[in-house]
Design a protein around this ligand. Structure first.
Ligand code: FAD
Ligand code: NAD
Length: 466
């Protein structure tokens, strides 16, 4: 029987990164994946395909809305939807093959099949070829998550769909209802709205992306409405049904009035739930918490000392880069090192256009914690770079300690915010003050000047360009 030092179950960004780091540290490592391709949700049906479609639809939208002003004239512009989906599939393929290559390069044994614990040191792998057992000294559970649905809005994968189906539709819908104005709702809602689908987002809370700093949701709401998306916040969905051709959604608005909507498709994007089905947790004595997550201590060890868990299947933000950091953390912990993760400094990014990005504390969190803070904001429209590219929507907001000027939170919405947030992460990792950033030279003309200007604004209100 094959014997390993470490076996990783699940090959998403948590699992494959953990496996590589384990191999680098000298562990004989195996990885088990139930799907045909490696890379998990993120590479197959998450981050990568959604960004591929976001990029394609962004090109189309720019070509149809702003090329003429730039002095570029096009004739016969139209969407070739099957080609867009085919390009997305090709991007996914390149990425998943890349993970296969990395597994080979690092001498990691890959097993295709469904892994389940027989006991803490024996794992069964069920595949089309039958069952196979392997022995392992230690394990890492990285089985990720699945879309959640509602008892009154069951995903039928035909007309009532999750993000997985929304990334591979055969036809471009004329109309789509999106339940949930969180990250998936606004990203995939943007994809379809840009292509000309009539999109309505129905959100339970009072703004889009409600877990982020509230100014971001307000700005994004304005921007989505400008694009033609109908946004219904403070709506309680009561039922979603399909007749196989159309969907009907029933909801109550905040005044308790009945609302009824119909569309070609309904995308249910109300969050994701941890995936631990048939993992044999009962055979090792691990019990999931009330939200289905595997409980871990601060070393990411489960109740069984030789079994660790990372990524979407445990507590915390369901983000690929959070899962990756945890993968490295666990591998190094197993090797006797003392790694560190600062969860406060894991950035969150929404890949709409303008993009939204944030790190650290929101204004609401600082208020709730009673922390005295200063605020500096800078509007993107005041930047020369933004005017040159016609990407003038958005704002950068810096929150700094009233007492020490240390940066406590950075929230931005604007062009290239997804990449700009990295500067804020570095600044906060090194505990920079707003004045530190305000005194650093930022290349002109760039979008990054907005961060410097917001820091100047937070430091005794001395922004130069506003
Ligand atoms: P997963 O990626 O879910 O991987 C788990 C793997 O384990 C799967 O391949 C599964 O098949 C396998 N598995 C499960 N059980 C078993 C078993 N018993 N045996 C064998 N294999 C098993 N995050 C970002 O940071 N940025 C983004 O832009 C982003 N975009 C997203 C867009 C969409 C549409 C979605 C749905 C998610 C997105 N996410 C994004 C979230 C991101 O995909 C997840 O946070 C990330 O994939 C979690 O990684 P993971 O390794 O924990 O699990
Ligand atoms: P989410 O938690 O981001 O948003 C779900 C939204 O649905 C929330 O705004 C919530 O208030 C709303 N909601 C819940 N129940 C509802 C109901 N009955 N009616 C109407 N609205 C309801 O979840 P998601 O958008 O499904 O994404 C799932 C996970 O995937 C997230 O945790 C996210 O971190 C991750 N993801 C990340 C990215 C990224 O990093 N760019 C992109 C996509 C997904």
């Amino acid at each position: 029987m094959d014997k390993f030092d470490v076996t990783v179950i699940g090959s998403g960004p948590g699992g494959y990164v953990a496996a590589i780091r384990c191999a680098q540290l000298g562990f004989k490592t195996a990885i088990i994946e139930r799907y045909n391709t490696l890379g998990g949700t993120c590479l197959n049906v998450g981050c990568i395909p959604s960004k591929a479609l976001l990029d394609s639809s962004e090109h189309y939208y720019a070509a149809s809305k702003s090329f003429e002003t730039h002095g570029i004239e096009l004739q016969g512009l139209k969407v070739n939807f099957p080609q867009m989906i085919a390009r997305k599939a090709d991007v996914v393929d390149q990425n998943t093959k890349g993970i296969e290559y990395l597994m080979k390069k690092n001498n990691i044994s890959v097993f295709n099949g469904h892994g389940s614990f027989i006991d803490p040191h024996n794992i069964n792998i069920k595949s089309k070829e039958g069952d196979k057992q392997i022995k392992t000294a230690m394990s890492i559970i990285a089985t990720g998550s699945k879309p959640a649905d509602l008892p009154f809005a069951k995903i039928d994968k035909d007309r009532i769909i999750s993000s997985t189906e929304a990334l591979s539709l055969k036809e471009q819908p004329k109309s789509m209802i999106v339940v949930g104005g969180g990250v998936i709702g606004v990203e995939l809602g943007s994809v379809y709205a840009r292509l000309g689908t009539e999109v309505t987002i129905v959100e339970y809370l009072d703004s889009l992306i409600p877990t982020m700093d509230s100014d971001m949701g307000k700005e994004l709401g304005r921007s989505m409405k400008k694009m033609g998306v109908k946004v219904l916040t403070s709506h309680k969905v009561t039922n979603v049904s399909s007749d196989g051709k159309q969907v009907t959604l029933k909801a109550k608005d905040k005044r308790d009035n009945d609302v009824e909507l119909t569309a070609d498709y309904c995308l249910v994007a109300i969050g994701r739930k941890p995936y631990t089905e048939n993992l044999g947790l009962e055979n090792v004595g691990i019990t999931v918490d009330e939200r289905g997550r595997i409980p871990v201590n601060n070393k990411l060890e489960t109740d069984v000392p030789v079994i660790y868990a990372i990524g979407d299947v445990i507590k915390g933000a369901m983000l690929a880069h959070k899962a990756e950091e945890e993968g490295v953390f666990v591998a190094e912990t197993m090797a006797g090192q003392r790694p560190h993760i600062d969860y406060n400094l894991i950035p969150g990014v929404v890949y709409t256009w303008p993009e939204v990005a944030s790190v650290g504390q929101t204004e609401e969190q600082l208020k709730e914690a009673g922390i005295a803070y200063k605020k500096g904001s800078f509007q993107m429209r005041a930047l020369g770079r933004a005017r040159a590219s016609m990407d003038i929507e958005g704002v950068v907001k810096v929150l700094a300690s009233e007492e020490t000027d240390e940066i406590l939170g950075v929230h931005m919405i604007g062009a290239r915010a997804a990449d700009m947030i990295a500067e804020a992460v570095v600044a906060m990792e090194y505990r920079a003050s707003a004045e530190d950033i305000a005194r650093m030279s930022h290349a002109h003309p760039t979008y990054t000047e907005a961060f410097k200007e917001a820091c100047l604004a937070a430091t005794a209100d001395r922004s130069i360009h506003s």
